[in-house]
Design a binder for this molecule. Structure first.
Ligand SMILES: Cc1cc2nc3c(=O)[nH]c(=O)nc-3n(C[C@H](O)[C@H](O)[C@H](O)COP(=O)(O)OP(=O)(O)OC[C@H]3O[C@@H](n4cnc5c(N)ncnc54)[C@H](O)[C@@H]3O)c2cc1C
Length: 384
């Protein structure tokens, strides 16, 4: 058995680094180790979908190098180290050529982009952007080229459509759903967002499936199920993220859509915790910044010896589509109910009430985003 007392965090994304920062406010001396498959540079991932219009390189999005984070956190940070196996009996992490013992382990290993069938063969013309390295690679491939085909019209697909179009790129978006952000927005708000993006020149092919994708001399060609062929210099696949649960599952931890943890962020193994995109907290796998910040504060307390259950207040998401300002608080606290919509054009207020008339969510576009604060006061907490 290991006798290490080290607190080890796997992952140096916003979840891993924010947890480390919160923990150091409470405990300045315990051995702290962060291990990351990437280069450990600290950046804010939401900036990836606003970087093109601002003309920012990947380097310009970096806020701190790994060495500077290690000094700030009084921690050892091991970069370019991909953990391959957790041995929960000896409490040891293994990677090619090394191992690290832990006293307590936190998994903050994020999510990966869902891949389109056959995407591997198109690696030079079809990319996803889910981290700084992806962003750097996409920018390098794009170079001076002008035509991007985005596959997927969810939140991330729409944000990139806005950002690339604002940077002067010709953007086409194809998705099988009849509207943008189908799981998130009622139709009237989706129409407002789509119109805003179209005013920037974005062309939508909604309700259409891609039946074939192939590399061409110029870049990429997509065949749609209605026979249309779309050409682009480069494709951006934005069809969703999947929590990284492989390591946890192989170690015998209970996983669903994410690594399942209780409100103390504790997994089915009492020495292993999880937070961020990889975690399913009390049934919720929320891939946003606000939930992981709340989780980092609660977990830091628990790890510092003050067990603290996580509470989630309402956590609206500001979607970065400036062509049509949008804020959404999805109705996570009730599936029963219906949307009531008012407004017109770009300015839509949609509110989701249950059969008793209690507000559970909203989607506000255009000038209606100003209603956000007043509606937040009426929303029930997501986890209490
Ligand atoms: C383009 C884009 C825009 C977004 N915009 C917003 C927004 O506006 N607002 C918002 O709230 N949210 C936004 N999000 C979501 C938000 O950014 C994420 O929820 C958050 O950054 C996830 O952080 P994380 O630390 O959990 O995961 P990640 O940032 O994915 O970090 C995972 C870490 O784990 C490491 N890792 C993985 N596997 C291993 C392994 N086996 N061994 C060692 N290390 C490993 C990785 O190297 C990485 O360091 C956006 C996401 C994207 C992709």
């Amino acid at each position: 058995m290991s006798d290490s007392a080290a607190l080890v965090i796997v992952g140096t994304g916003l979840a891993g680094y924010n947890l480390a920062r919160e923990f150091r406010k409470l405990d300045k001396t315990r051995e702290l180790v962060l291990i990351s498959a990437d280069d450990g540079r600290f950046y804010s991932k939401p900036m990836l979908s606003t970087g093109f219009a601002k003309g920012k390189s990947a380097e310009q999005l970096v806020m701190q190098e790994a060495g500077s984070m290690a000094a700030e956190l009084n921690a050892r940070i091991m970069t370019d180290t991909r953990i391959e196996r957790i041995d929960p009996v000896s409490k040891t992490l293994h990677w090619q050529g090394g191992q690290q013992a832990y006293g307590e382990l936190v998994l903050a290993c994020g999510a990966h982009a869902r891949a389109l069938p056959g995407a591997e063969a198109l690696a030079d013309c079809l990319l996803s952007i889910n981290n700084l390295q992806d962003y750097a690679r996409f920018r390098a491939l794009l170079g001076e080229r002008q035509r991007v085909l985005i596959i997927g019209a969810g939140l991330i697909g729409c944000e990139f459509a806005n950002d690339l179009a604002a940077a002067g790129i010709q953007v086409q978006v194809v998705a099988p759903d009849a509207q943008v952000m189908p799981g998130l927005l009622p139709a009237a708000v989706a129409t407002a967002v789509q119109s805003g993006l179209e005013s920037l020149g974005v062309r939508f092919y909604l309700g259409r499936a891609v039946t074939e994708l192939q590399a061409t001399n110029a870049g990429l060609e997509a065949l749609l199920d209605d026979g249309q062929r779309l050409q682009a210099d480069i494709g951006l696949s934005a069809i969703g993220l999947i929590a990284n649960t492989r390591l946890a599952m192989a170690a015998g931890l209970t996983c669903g859509r994410g690594i399942q943890v209780d409100r103390h962020l504790r997994s089915s193994n009492p020495q292993i915790y999880a937070l961020g995109d990889c975690a399913e907290v009390a049934g919720l796998n929320l891939m946003y910044v606000m939930p992981l910040m709340a989780a980092a504060r609660a977990l830091a307390q628990t790890l510092a010896g003050n067990p603290t259950a996580l509470n989630y207040g309402p956590m609206p998401v500001m979607v970065k589509t400036p062509a049509c300002p949008l804020v959404v608080s999805p109705p996570v606290t009730s599936s029963e109910g219906e949307w009531q919509v008012s407004g017109s054009g770009a300015d839509i207020s949609a509110q989701f009430h249950d059969p008793q008339g209690v507000l559970h969510g909203y989607a506000l576009s255009g000038s209606c985003v100003a209603e956000k604060l007043q509606l937040n006061r009426q929303l029930p907490p997501w986890l209490a």
